[in-house]
Write a protein that binds this ligand. Structure first.
Ligand code: ADP
Length: 248
């Protein structure tokens, strides 16, 4: 595709660690508004791919562009986050001793120090935004509960909510369903679909039941490049994908 038609454009991206290629000429094109699932065995390069997009790792070669013309290889992590590229790591990092509501308030305050943030006065628009995000992540009823008292799944949703407070254009989400019950996994798929109505989403995931519930285009990474792409049914029927997953 043309760079100008993409939201994220990775072309021929290579990242080496002491000669070992974690990404080997990876090309990945994400269109504004889509949700893409990235799958692949351990060591395939999924984390490194996210590190390259968010500026944590600089590629040795290849192009990484956002919105067609912003060269992400020239920007640091903070600048990239400010462009509207949000990342959710696997391990939730909520403020356990604060309420669910205050966690979202802290996320809204962003860079401000925690103590100052808790005492800043919300405008009615800000309060509305927090309440809207609380509803999106199904935590409105829990808004006065301490974040530390939430279930593992609810903490993951709260963290997605904290990311949403920054209103990012694209969300990179690492294994959102890891460690969840079946019911929570199903609810998380619905939540991501809801988020995708307004945001582009890239989900790295191992759980195929979850990926199926998302019902989106899948990219299979292997040894640092794209092995297959398409619907889940199509890539699961791909002989190369079967060999990689069955280990022969
Ligand atoms: P995935 O997320 O798909 O499991 P990663 O991107 O974490 O894969 O890793 C890809 C490969 O690169 C792995 O073999 C990993 O050991 C290697 N790797 C990743 N980061 C580093 C690093 N900082 N130093 C050395 N090797 C690394």
């Amino acid at each position: 595709p043309e760079r100008g038609d993409t939201l994220l454009y990775l072309n021929g991206v290579t990242v080496s660690f002491d000669g070992f290629k974690a990404l080997n000429s990876l090309s990945l094109f994400i269109t504004a508004g889509e949700m893409r699932a990235i799958i692949g065995p351990n060591g395939a390069g999924k984390t490194t791919m996210m590190d390259v997009i968010t500026g944590k790792t600089r590629p040795q070669s290849g192009d990484v562009y956002f919105n067609g013309d912003i060269d992400l290889t020239q920007l640091d992590e903070a600048r990239i986050a400010n462009l509207g590229i949000g990342r959710k790591f696997q391990k939730p990092t909520v403020f356990e001793s604060q309420s669910v509501f205050d966690n979202l308030k802290l996320a809204l305050a962003g860079q401000r120090r925690v103590f100052e943030s808790l005492f800043f006065r919300l405008s009615s628009e800000q309060r509305d935004r927090i309440e809207s995000v609380l509803r999106t992540v199904s935590l409105f009823e829990k808004r006065w509960a301490l974040a530390g008292s939430l279930s593992h799944g609810q903490k993951q949703w709260l963290e997605l909510g904290m990311l949403l407070m920054q209103d990012p254009e694209v969300l990179l989400v690492d294994e959102p369903a890891a460690g969840m019950t079946d019911a929570e996994t199903a609810a998380t798929a619905e939540l991501l679909k809801e988020i995708n109505r307004k945001h582009t989403v890239i989900v790295v995931e191992h759980d195929m039941v979850f990926v199926r519930a998302l019902g989106v285009h899948v990219t299979v990474l292997h040894e640092g490049s794209v092995l297959a792409e398409g619907s889940l049914d199509k890539v699961q029927a791909n002989q190369k994908v079967i060999e990689v997953y069955l280990g022969r």
